[in-house]
Design a protein around this ligand. Sequence first.
Ligand SMILES: Nc1nc2c(ncn2[C@@H]2O[C@H](COP(=O)(O)OP(=O)(O)O)[C@@H](O)[C@H]2O)c(=O)[nH]1
Ligand SMILES: [Mg+2]
Length: 453
Amino acid sequence: MAVSEESQHLLFHSHVAFRTASMPSEVCEVEERKRENIRSLSMCGHVGFESLPDQLVNRSIQQGFCFNILCVGETGIGKSTLINTLFNTNFEEHEASHFCPNVRLRAQTYELQESNVRLKLTIVNTVGFGDQINKEESYQPIVDYIDAQFEAYLQEELKIKRSLFNYHDSRIHVCLYFIAPTGHSLKTLDLLTMKNLDSKVNIIPVIAKADTISSELQKFKIKLMSELVCNGVQIYQFPTDDDTIAKINAAMNEQLPFAVVGSMDEVKVGNKMVKARQYPWGIVQVENENHCDFVKLREMLICTNMEDLQEQTHIRHYELYRRCKLEEMGFTDVGPENKPVSVQETYEAKRHELHGERQRKEEEMKQMFVQRVKEKEAILKEAERELQAKFEHLKRVHQEERLKLEERRRALEEEMIHFSKRKSSCDIFLNQSFMASGSNIKKDKDRKNPNFM
Ligand SMILES: Nc1nc2c(ncn2[C@@H]2O[C@H](COP(=O)(O)OP(=O)(O)O)[C@@H](O)[C@H]2O)c(=O)[nH]1
Ligand SMILES: [Mg+2]
C-alpha cells in the first residue's frame, strides 16, 4: 500500500467556524459512580476547579486541534472540490488519472488557522478507487491504512516513554463516503466498502454532485438508507445525548445521506458573490440550503460534531482495534473463573505458554528427525537387501553358467578324445591299406616283369 504524507501551512479564505472542544466526555459517568461507590458532595466555598473546561479549551487552542478526514469515492466524483469548498481553501491537488492499477491512499496534512484556533487537518484521499475491472479487493488498502494508524497509536501507547500529549494522531476521525448521483441504488462496491469500514471509522455518506439529480433526490435518499439498513451497514449517527445539540442532530440524522454540491467558483447573485455552479439554465448555490445539503454537512462536521467524531474514533473504533489486538497477543482482563488478571500474570502465563509451545515444537522436531532417520535407514536397508538379492542372483547365474561351460568343456574334451581315437584308428587303417596296396603293386610288377623268377 502506497501512502504519502506531507504537511502544509494554510489560512482560510474566509470563515469556516469549527467549534472548539469545550465539553469533557461524560460517557458512562453514572454507572462508574455506582460501581466505584462515589458520593456526590457540595462544597462550602470556592475552590477553583470550575475553570477546568476553559483550561482544556486554552490548552487545545495552544496545541491546535487535530482532525483527519478520509474521502472515499470514485475518481472524478468531486472529492477534492468538496474538501476545498468545505475548508474554503484551494488544497493544491493534482487531478487523478483513471488508469491506476490499484487503489492507493494519499495523505496530506495542512495547518489551518481561524482567529486564534489552529487546526491540523489531514486529508486522506483514495486514489484510483473504482477504476479497476476487478474491484473485489478495492476496500483492502483503505482498511489497511486505517488499521496502520490505529497500530501506530497503540505502539505509542505501549511505549514506556510515551508522548501522547504531543503525538500527531493520524487516526481517521471521519470517512466521507461519496455516492454517485445515479438516482438508482448503491453499487456493490459501495456496500462492500462501507461494510468493511463501518467498525473501523465513522462513516458519513454523501450524495456527490447532487446538482445533477434533483426531482428524485428524496426518493433516492430513502432508497440508499434502506439499502444501508438492509445490508447492516452502520453509518455514523450525530449524537443526541447532549441537550444543547440533540434536536439539531436528531433532525440532521433524518437528512442523511447529505446531498452535496462542491464548487470554488464565485457567482454574483443579487449584490453578493456566492459559491455556485453556473449552468445555462440557472445557478446552483452551494451554500443555499434549498439547493443542497452542503451547509448541513459543514455545520455537522466542523461546527457541531468534530469533537464527537474524535471521541467516537477513540472510544469506539480504536478501542475495538486495541481490544482485538491485545486479545490476539494473549492479554485478557479476567481469568477462567472471572477473576481479574494482572498484566504481570498475563505476561507470566504467556511466557509459560510460549515456553511450553517451544518445548512442544522442539519435541516435535526431534520426533520428526528420528522418524526421518528411521525412514532413511529403512530405505537404505531395503536398497542393501535389493543389492544383496541382485548379487546372490548374479552369483547363482554365474555359477550356473560356469557349470554349463564346464559341462561343455568336458563334452568337448570327450569329443576330442573320441575324435583322436577315431583318427588314430583311421591312421592305422590307412597305413595298413597303404602297405597292403604297396605289396600288391609289387606283386603285379613282378608278375609283369619277365625277369621275375
Ligand atoms: N456538477 C458537479 N460537478 C462537480 C461537483 N464537484 C466537482 N465537480 C466536477 O467534477 C470534476 C471532478 O472533480 P474532483 O473534485 O477533481 O473529483 P475527485 O477526483 O473525486 O477529486 C471536476 O470537473 C469538478 O468541477 C458537483 O458538486 N457538481
Ligand atoms: Mg481529487
